[in-house]
Each structure stands twice: as structure tokens, then as C-alpha cells.
Design a protein around this ligand. Structure first.
Ligand code: PLP
Length: 349
């Protein structure tokens, strides 16, 4: 089988990290009860409660679209609405699943420029209409870190949750890259979530080094009522649940989740350092997690493609580079060298 050289087009190009893999292998012995009645599922849920320092309700889903959609559906009736940013994954990349699984709760895009929601924008959307003809705002969702790699500070999260409390809105966090955000802020998972007023978190396992799987954590027990039925109805109840749960034990039990996130973030900084000041090459957003978006002339991007680099340009036409738990620093340096070479050749021409 051919293996491909590392690319940074997506953090989902990476494989499974050794800790998750080892736990899967360990779980693969003998028979245990199905549908989550097994010791691995118990251990994984307990590992989350230990990590988050609270007795939260924990559920497992196969992917982030399902985790987000079902979590939001749990917060809303069909006539409610969910406030999000224009670049939110739930808005741009989930094919209407949040609306589908909630039987129609509408996503309301709040104005804003950099992908982060602000308390002012939430208030404006939530209070703009209160008549019977408009879907009643019931939840706010933020992505941490954002789709373009910015991290909400604890102060920003607290300011948002304060507005949510005041206006009777639930706060959901899409943490597809939650580990990267924790590594970036250096705060505890508890501080970033329930201690700052987050009601529900979707914690990404896939981008953190698992093969498959996301966890949904409810910090408000009442909101988790019947959530197991919701998962089952949506086709998200794994019969051999131990294999969805065990890799979490591997990731959480001695800190691999955070090491993975930190390494990915460091690789983003490593690229950024080496390309700063290059003629024509401009970071599009502050680099605060594992993403680097670069604006560069089209011929330069073409040059990169000709040298075999793959990347997406779906946000603002810039090149997106995402670093995974296993990003190879030498390969990061090779990308930086090609960028430098192409930029300087162009500048000299
Ligand atoms: C990757 C990602 C998800 C999950 O996507 P799936 O493909 O459904 O697993 C959710 N939110 C954000 C911000 C993501 O980047």
C-alpha cells in the first residue's frame, strides 16, 4: 500500500494516535455487553467527569455534525432558533443537519467580521424581534477555536454566557478542536466550559487523534433528558460502543488529548514564524490554534500546488493549512521553504 507524504490540507488527513489505538486494541478482547453497557463506556464517561471536575452527562456520537445537531436539537423546540456566526460549521458545513434534527429550529446568523460572536451581536439578534412570526431565539452556539483558528478568551465566553443568561438562551460550544483551544489558553477544560457558563459541549475526538468519535457533555443535567433516545433515533447509538469509548480512555487518561492539541498548535506557529514578512504572503487571521490561513497571489498558490502541496481555499480565497496531532516539523519546514522560495522568486522577477 502506498503511503502519502504529509499534507496540511486538513487535520483529518492524519491517522489515529498511539494512545487511542492502544486503548482500542486493549478493548478488543473478549465479550462485553453492547450499546454502552460495557466497562469501557463507563470508564470513558468517568474520565470526562474527572477531566472536567464535574458530574456532567456524557454521550458519544460518530461525528461532529451529529454531535452538534443533536445537542442543539436538545436545547430547542422546532419553533425556536439558534444564533451562530456566519462562518460556523453548523451554518456552512452541516448540510442543514441542525435544522433537520431539531425538526426546523432555524439558525440565525449574527453579524460580525472575524468569525467570533460578540455579546452585542447576540443581543441584537435575540431582541430584534419578539413577535409570533419570528422563530424564538433559544440557544447560542460558538465554535472554540473558530473555523479560522481564533480562540475565545475566558472573558469573552463569560461575557457571552452572561447575555445568554439574561435573555434566557442556552450556550452550546462546538469544540471540534477543543483540545487546541485548551492548549492555546492554558486553562482547564472546566474553566473554558461550565465555569464560564457553557451548558453543552461537543468535544472533538476525531481531530484530536481518534479514528472516529465525538463526545457530547451536558453540564446542565435537565438538558440531557432523553438525549440517549435522540442519539438512537438519529442512528448514533453504537452497538459495539466500547470501540467508540475506549479511544477516549486512551486520549484522556494521561494527557494525550492535550499533548496532541499543543503539538498541532506549535506546528502552526512554526510555519508562521518562518513565513513572516515574506513579500506578498499575509496571514489572514491571527494564528491562535492549529490553523494558518495565508493570503497570497494566485500564481504563488499555483506554484505551491505544482510542488505537490494540497490545501483548500474555501474561506476568502486564501490557502488553509491545518496541523494535526502528528504534524511532522520537518514537513512544516519543507512547506515553509517552498513558500519562501516561491515568494522570493516572484519578488525578484
Ligand atoms: C470538523 C468539524 C466538525 C465536525 O465535522 P464532521 O465532519 O461532522 O465530523 C464540527 N465543527 C467544526 C468547527 C469542525 O471543524
Amino acid at each position: 500500500m502506498t503511503t502519502h507524504p504529509q499534507q496540511f490540507a486538513s487535520d483529518n488527513y492524519a491517522g489515529i494516535c498511539p494512545e487511542a489505538w492502544a486503548a482500542m486494541a486493549e478493548a478488543n478482547s473478549g465479550h462485553v455487553p453492547a450499546y454502552g453497557e460495557d466497562p469501557w463506556t463507563q470508564r470513558a464517561a468517568d474520565a470526562f467527569r474527572t477531566l472536567f471536575e464535574t458530574e456532567c452527562e456524557v454521550f458519544f456520537a460518530f461525528n461532529g455534525t451529529a454531535a452538534n445537531s443533536l445537542a442543539l436539537a436538545a436545547l430547542c423546540q422546532s419553533y425556536h432558533s439558534v444564533i451562530c456566526s456566519a462562518t460556523a460549521h453548523v451554518e456552512t458545513d452541516e448540510c442543514g443537519a441542525p435544522e433537520f434534527f431539531s425538526n426546523g429550529s432555524k439558525l440565525l446568523v449574527a453579524p460580525g467580521s472575524n468569525g467570533k460572536l460578540t455579546p452585542e451581536a447576540v443581543r441584537a439578534v435575540a431582541t430584534g424581534r419578539s413577535d409570533i412570526h419570528f422563530p424564538k431565539p433559544r440557544a447560542v452556539t460558538i465554535t472554540q477555536p473558530t473555523e479560522t483558528g481564533q480562540v475565545y478568551t475566558l472573558e469573552e465566553i463569560r461575557a457571552l454566557s452572561a447575555v445568554c443568561r439574561e435573555l434566557g438562551l442556552h450556550l452550546h460550544m462546538d469544540g471540534a478542536r477543543f483540545a487546541n483551544a485548551c492548549a492555546s489558553l492554558g486553562c482547564s477544560p472546566a474553566e473554558m466550559t461550565w465555569k464560564s457558563g457553557v451548558d453543552v459541549l461537543c468535544f472533538g475526538g476525531t481531530k484530536n487523534g481518534m479514528g472516529v468519535g465525538e463526545a457530547i457533555l451536558f453540564f446542565d443535567h435537565a438538558l440531557a433528558e432523553d438525549f440517549d433516545y435522540r442519539c438512537k433515533q438519529a442512528g448514533q447509538l453504537a452497538s459495539k460502543m466500547r470501540f467508540l469509548a475506549a479511544p477516549w480512555v486512551g486520549l484522556l487518561q494521561d494527557g494525550a488529548w492535550l499533548r496532541n492539541g499543543r503539538h498541532a498548535n506549535e506546528c502552526a506557529q512554526r510555519l508562521l514564524r518562518q513565513i513572516s514578512g515574506l513579500p506578498g504572503v499575509e496571514p489572514m487571521f491571527p494564528v491562535e490554534a492549529n490553523a494558518v490561513f495565508l493570503r497570497a497571489p494566485e500564481p504563488l498558490l499555483d506554484g505551491l500546488r505544482q510542488r505537490g502541496w494540497r490545501f483548500y481555499t474555501f474561506i476568502g480565497g486564501g490557502a488553509r493549512f491545518m496541523f494535526a496531532w502528528d504534524a511532522d516539523p520537518a514537513q512544516v519546514d519543507a512547506l515553509a521553504a517552498d513558500l519562501r522560495d516561491l515568494a522570493r522568486t516572484r519578488a525578484a522577477a
